[in-house]
Ligand binder design. Structure first.
Ligand code: AMP
Length: 278
């Protein structure tokens, strides 16, 4: 496994692989790796010859009041996991390597990045789009794998590559969950033991929403009662729980296929995201 920290070395290494006809698979991450990340790597391995994983906590996607400084960073643990997963290249650039001092170019993805996460994290998708576009230029992958855990992000990235003509195939990977249903996330370590137990209700409630919608109950009523259930079990705030068109992410007032329920709720100061196909 090669560990590369500079853009120049990365580009040199990748071009050697590409020249010998290897298919490059890419999994961008912010580290603090868990089985959800590793499942993306397995998908990348099954579809490519060389797997590149990046670890970069991207300052451009954090607002001033968010957890950039305390975001979990476990470089040594991550490298052990990546080695065990037979990853070929780990790219761990510094902030300066990604953003030059006088860098001023931005990317704005428009409507798909508004609403849902975009309402609560207004600069998030511009920050994500910028770093992902830059990483795509540097890694030049044939395929890249993103988790459906961050469903709006997956849709934003698909639109980004389509509209910027970036020649990479985006593959969406299913959500990996803990045994009690909680979607795996690097931020789950912030949860205290008692909040962690309550947190699992987010998936249980999503399943009941799906069941009720499929049985023909009114969307608005079902979503309102789910919000109240989340508050009743101990979530402090529900940022949103919505039914959206699974491709355009436009709001749905009545169930139609393909649809997705998306939720963000806060517990113990931790913001949890989840979603479910209906
Ligand atoms: P992050 O390190 O949180 O930026 O995530 C890196 C990638 O892993 C993104 O494509 C996420 O959607 C994906 N990911 C994170 N958690 C999960 C999960 N529980 N299941 C599947 N993919 C995930």
């Amino acid at each position: 496994m090669q560990i590369i920290r500079t853009k120049a070395n990365l580009i040199k290494t990748i071009s050697t692989f590409s020249k010998s006809g290897k298919i490059i698979g890419f999994v961008p991450t912010m580290g603090a790796l868990h089985d959800g990340h590793l499942s993306l790597i397995e998908i990348a391995k099954s579809k490519s010859d060389i797997v590149v994983v990046s670890i970069f906590v991207n300052p451009a996607q954090f607002a001033a009041n968010e957890d950039f400084d305390k975001y979990p960073r476990n470089e040594q643990d991550d490298l052990v996991k990546l080695e065990a997963s037979c990853v070929d290249v780990v790219y761990m650039p510094t902030i300066n390597e990604i953003y030059a001092n006088n860098s001023s170019t931005t990317i704005s993805v428009g409507t798909i990045g508004k609403g849902l996460e975009g309402t609560f994290r207004p600069h998030f998708f511009d920050g994500v789009s910028l770093v992902v576009a830059k990483l795509f230029m540097q890694v030049a992958p044939d395929i890249a794998v993103f988790g459906a855990k961050d469903y709006q992000q997956l849709m934003v990235i698909k639109k980004l590559v389509k509209e910027l003509d970036i020649p990479v195939e985006i593959i969406g990977a299913p959500i990996c969950r803990e045994a009690d249903g909680l979607a795996m996330s690097s931020r789950n370590v912030y949860l205290s033991a008692d909040k962690r137990i309550i947190a699992a209700n987010i998936y249980k409630i999503l399943l009941t929403v799906k069941e009720k919608l499929l049985s023909g109950k009114e969307v608005k009523t079902v979503l309102l009662s789910a919000k109240n259930e989340l508050l009743a079990v101990g979530f402090e705030k529900v940022d949103y729980i919505e039914l959206r068109d699974a491709e355009t992410l436009m709001p749905l007032l009545a169930l139609k296929s393909p649809a997705r329920i998306l939720v963000a709720a806060r517990i113990g100061g931790v913001r949890l995201l989840d979603n479910l196909e209906v």
